[in-house]
Write a protein that binds this ligand. Structure first.
Ligand SMILES: [Zn+2]
Length: 255
């Protein structure tokens, strides 16, 4: 039986998401921005919380963990490098490790840059990846604890996942990301189509995720730093992709 997901909003612009294994009944929350929306999602689905899989230590991804742990006695799995900054951790994982949710298996991918120990969870058999604040739809996370080359390398790991992998990220930032991306690639047809689609989704009160790796490759300028036209657009024709990425990220920070 394939995994089921349930997506919901938390805090100002965070996403929460549950992953459910129908065969065993196990259910994981990917991060826990705050407890109440997770509880509401459990009520709505009738699922029982068995796990919390944490992508990174920021408070808007971990604020609900202590309360959920107390109520559900769920297992909290966290990135090894950041475990000391995350409450109630039971298990730590690092690049290449497996994380289980009932019968579902996720491979852990280290994606440092936004934070030094940030990880993503890739359920390869389910074609699902939970990428926290590393990759957003048409965007990427701010490079806070790492360096731009480190973040670019992390994005390349995610870009290498199969095109039909569904991507769940930590924030609803898509429209702002699109506004910025159009300043670099105004003629990118996939990006323009995505702009129309995202506008329709938001106007209908719907989330703009999940997205897919295939769609992001075509339209997300942060995954396209090695496309010659993108390098040229930021005045860095012929320069290394990591340098182009750093410039695009800088421009977004200033936008
Ligand atoms: Zn963060």
């Amino acid at each position: 039986m394939p995994a089921k997901t349930h997506l919901f909003r938390c805090l100002q612009d965070n996403f929460g998401v549950l992953v459910h294994d129908p065969a065993t009944g196990a259910t994981a929350a990917i991060d826990a921005p705050e407890a109440a929306p997770v509880e509401a999602a459990l009520q709505a689905t009738g699922w029982r919380l068995s796990d919390i899989l944490v992508t990174h230590h920021h408070a808007d991804h971990t604020g609900g963990i202590a309360e959920l742990k107390k109520r559900h006695n769920c297992r909290v799995t966290a990135p090894r490098q950041e475990a000391a900054r995350i409450p109630a951790v039971d298990a730590t994982v690092d690049d290449g490790d497996n994380a289980k949710v009932g019968g579902l298996a996720a491979r852990v991918i280290a994606t440092p840059g936004h934070t030094a120990g940030h990880i993503a969870y890739w359920f390869d058999a389910e074609k699902l990846a939970f990428v926290g604040d590393t990759l957003f739809s048409i965007g990427c996370g701010r490079v806070i604890e790492g360096t731009a080359p480190m973040m670019w390398a992390s994005l390349l790991k995610l870009r290498a996942l199969p095109d039909d992998t569904q991507i769940y990220c930590g924030h609803e930032y898509t429209l702002a990301n699109i506004r910025f991306a159009l300043t670099i690639e105004p003629d990118n047809k996939a990006l323009r189509a995505r702009a129309d689609e995202a506008r329709r989704q938001v106007d209908a009160g719907k989330p703009t995720i999940p997205t897919t790796i295939g769609a992001e490759k075509e339209a997300n300028v942060f995954l396209r730093a090695d496309v010659p036209a993108v390098a040229a657009a930021v005045g860095l024709a012929g320069e290394p992709a990591a340098k182009v990425f750093a410039e695009v990220r800088e421009r977004k920070n200033r936008s």
